[in-house]
Design a protein around this ligand. Structure first.
Ligand SMILES: Nc1nc2c(c(=O)[nH]1)N[C@H]1C(S)=C(S)[C@@H](COP(=O)(O)O)O[C@H]1N2
Ligand SMILES: [Mo]
Length: 202
């Protein structure tokens, strides 16, 4: 006879398997987290640049980056403050397609993404290549709102969302790791939500 004290199976099934440990589903809301003053950037003067260990540094204007073949992300995002947004979508271009235009040096190991505001975040090169990172300007079919990083932000959805620099201005390709804004203020260097890499030492 089954024990009347057994945990009902439905309780176990309640937790969405898309939620990493310690995260909750924020539903339709999309919280805003910004450390600096929200900038008003004009697409007529906007640029995105890749420099550092590349054969030839390159900048794209707004019109030029729109000519790069489009790419979209459909899936989940996870903030270190414990909200996750499930089944959302962004559209822009794949970082792979941007890196292909500059030819990255063989000794490259890391990148620093920087924003027009001065915000920075570091990533291993392997976390922005292989279809894992985008520069996006559309969210769920609409222009990316300024508070979420519009006109364009970096999107690295397999890592905590602080790696997805809003108002992204460029990527610097490096042969070493260079911790960014939050990483020098106690956040984990890599930030894998499935390993709960929230803070330094996790
Ligand atoms: N430029 C910039 N990018 C940023 C941040 C920031 O403060 N400035 N915050 C990061 C953090 S901690 C998170 S959780 C997400 C928040 O993005 P959202 O405001 O669109 O939810 O942006 C990341 N990118
Ligand atoms: Mo965050």
């Amino acid at each position: 006879m089954a024990s009347p004290f057994r945990r009902p199976a439905s309780r176990v099934a309640d937790r969405d398997p898309r939620l990493p440990p310690g995260q909750y589903d924020t539903g339709t809301s999309f919280p805003v987290l910004t450390a600096e003053v929200t900038p008003r950037l004009d697409t007529s003067t906007w640029t995105f640049r890749i420099d550092g260990l590349v054969a030839e540094p390159k900048s794209w204007t707004w019109a030029e980056i729109q000519q790069v073949p489009g790419s979209r992300y459909d899936g989940d995002i996870h903030c270190v403050t414990t909200w996750s947004k499930l089944g959302t979508s962004f559209r822009g271009v794949s970082v792979d397609d941007l890196l292909a235009a500059v030819s990255v040096a063989p000794e490259a190991t890391h990148v620093v993404a920087w924003s027009h505001t001065g915000y920075t975040t570091n990533l291993p090169l392997g976390d922005v290549t292989g279809g894992k990172a985008w520069v996006v300007w559309e969210h769920e079919g609409r222009p990316l709102p300024v508070e979420h990083g519009g006109p364009a932000r970096l999107l690295v959805p397999h890592l905590y969302f602080w790696k997805s620099a809003k108002w992204v201005a460029g990527l610097r390709i490096l042969d070493h790791d260079e911790p960014g804004f939050w990483e020098t203020r106690g956040y984990h260097d890599r930030g894998d939500p499935w390993l709960e890499q929230r803070y330094a030492g996790d």
